[in-house]
Design a protein around this ligand. Structure first.
Ligand SMILES: Cc1cc2nc3c(=O)[nH]c(=O)nc-3n(C[C@H](O)[C@H](O)[C@H](O)COP(=O)(O)OP(=O)(O)OC[C@H]3O[C@@H](n4cnc5c(N)ncnc54)[C@H](O)[C@@H]3O)c2cc1C
Length: 403
């Protein structure tokens, strides 16, 4: 009998398993994958995700992999370019470790903390007793079946969550897939510690440095073009890059080192708890990848759910109460970013007011840093785009004293 079984051992699962095991709980974490292994995801980790790694004592391990720091973000909207710093004094930079690197580091940290890690183990049934989840049944790669029981089963099993499918949580704020995105890796495309993104009508792309001296380049178009464009991904990808000839030239000077990977994802919130179960990471909430929030969101969920489980078991607070707090905090923290992300993912021109604001930020480094921190998920869009702050930026651009 475990205190917790965690299904899925990547960005959400391994941290929640690690944090619970560090508090002395008996934890089993399983994944049908083995590690190191890749998954379809680019892997920008904004400064708040980096802060979590630091809090957990794992940042030095990441740095030891040679993953380069990213200290500047550039948003080229065509007529306007915003260049800013994404972080704070305490956590100034981002990193973009390959998932082969990051996920392995997280799995190892869970095992070191004392969690039992079973790789290559597929969960195929959630066990219920009187409407309550009590464990899982699954098999390893040799086909050996096993059944395990726990006080709570935590689904950290991603967008196609088996745990969510089994417990059928309420889904809300749903939006369909809005963007089709494809990425690959190039050598000899120097990025000089910068994340660069380019927004053009109905097209967008971004590039940033990762492990092994490679540069990740991701490009996207509206989901309405997904079917028409999928027959020629490379051609459409390169045409998108050609919308910015200077960058196309930089890319041509490099060499593509991998195939193209792609995805289009639906946007949703799920009620993340019920009798005997909880959901973390993409299993409980998914937003388009255009703002690269998923890994940091998964880290935040892992911390909040580890706290909630601890409060439930050790302080004997009611399960529903601690988990309702988790849901409330999660939703409050991400809602404005969810709206901002799903607006950007349409690749339609931003609303007129936002365009004016972007123009007014030119040359105002403080405002550009503010916008950059919004894109990095450090500052809420609601705060940055508030009438008061927008008014201050417009007034500064018009030369009148900031009110
Ligand atoms: C194209 C794309 C680009 C992205 N780019 C970024 C980015 O730059 N930055 C960012 O922060 N986020 C990005 N994201 C989002 C990010 O990938 C996710 O938010 C993140 O991976 C969520 O982590 P997770 O642990 O919840 O789920 P996952 O990483 O999906 O892990 C789920 C795990 O569960 C396991 N699993 C599933 N079912 C079972 C089962 N039945 N039994 C056993 N194991 C099971 C799977 O094998 C998998 O390892 C991107 C996503 C996509 C699709």
């Amino acid at each position: 009998m475990f205190d917790a079984i965690v299904v899925g051992a990547r960005c959400a699962g391994s941290p929640v398993a690690m944090l619970l095991a560090r508090r002395g709980y008996k934890v089993l974490v399983v994944d049908r994958a083995r590690f190191p292994s890749d998954t379809i995801s680019t892997h920008m980790v904004h400064p708040q995700g980096v802060s979590a790694l630091q809090r957990w004592g794992l940042l030095d391990r990441l740095l030891a992999t040679g993953c380069p720091a990213i200290d500047t973000y550039v948003f080229d909207f065509g007529p306007v370019t915003i260049t800013g710093m994404p972080g704070t004094e305490a956590s100034p930079v981002a990193y973009a470790p390959r998932r082969t690197v990051l996920d392995k580091l997280l799995v190892d940290a869970a095992a070191e903390a004392g969690a039992e890690v079973r790789e290559g183990f597929t969960v195929e049934e959630a066990l219920f007793e009187n409407g309550r989840v009590t464990g899982v049944r699954g098999h390893d790669r040799e086909g050996n079946d096993s059944t395990e029981k726990a006080r709570i089963v935590i689904g950290a099993d991603g967008r196609h969550s088996f745990v969510a499918e089994s417990v059928q949580p309420e889904q809300y704020n749903e939006k369909p897939a809005l963007l089709a995105g494809y990425y690959s890796y190039w050598s000899d495309v120097p990025m000089n510690s910068r994340f660069e993104t380019f927004v053009r009508p109905n097209r967008g792309f971004a590039a940033w440095p990762t492990n092994d001296g490679w540069t990740l380049v991701v490009a996207g178009w509206p989901f309405s073009e997904f079917e028409a464009n999928k027959a020629d991904i490379e051609g459409n990808f390169l045409q998108t890059i050609e919308t910015v000839p200077e960058f196309a030239e930089r890319l041509r000077a490099g060499k593509r080192e991998d195939k193209f990977y792609g995805a289009a994802v639906a946007n949703y919130f799920r009620t993340p708890f019920g009798p005997g179960w909880a959901l973390v990471g993409d299993a409980g909430y998914n937003r388009d990848f255009i703002t690269a929030q998923g890994i940091s969101d998964a880290f935040r969920d892992a911390e909040q759910v580890a706290d909630a489980v601890d409060a439930w078991i050790s302080e004997e607070r009611p399960f529903d109460e601690v988990m309702a707090e988790y849901q409330k905090e999660r939703d409050a923290q991400v809602m404005a970013m969810f709206e901002f992300t799903t607006m950007l993912a349409t690749l339609e021109p931003p609303p007129e007011q936002m365009q004016q604001l972007l123009g007014a930020m030119q040359g105002n480094q403080e405002a550009m840093n503010g916008f950059t921190r919004v894109a990095a998920g450090m500052t809420s869009p609601a705060e940055f785009f508030s009438e008061e702050n927008a008014g201050r930026i417009m007034a500064a651009a018009a030369g009148s004293p900031a009110s």
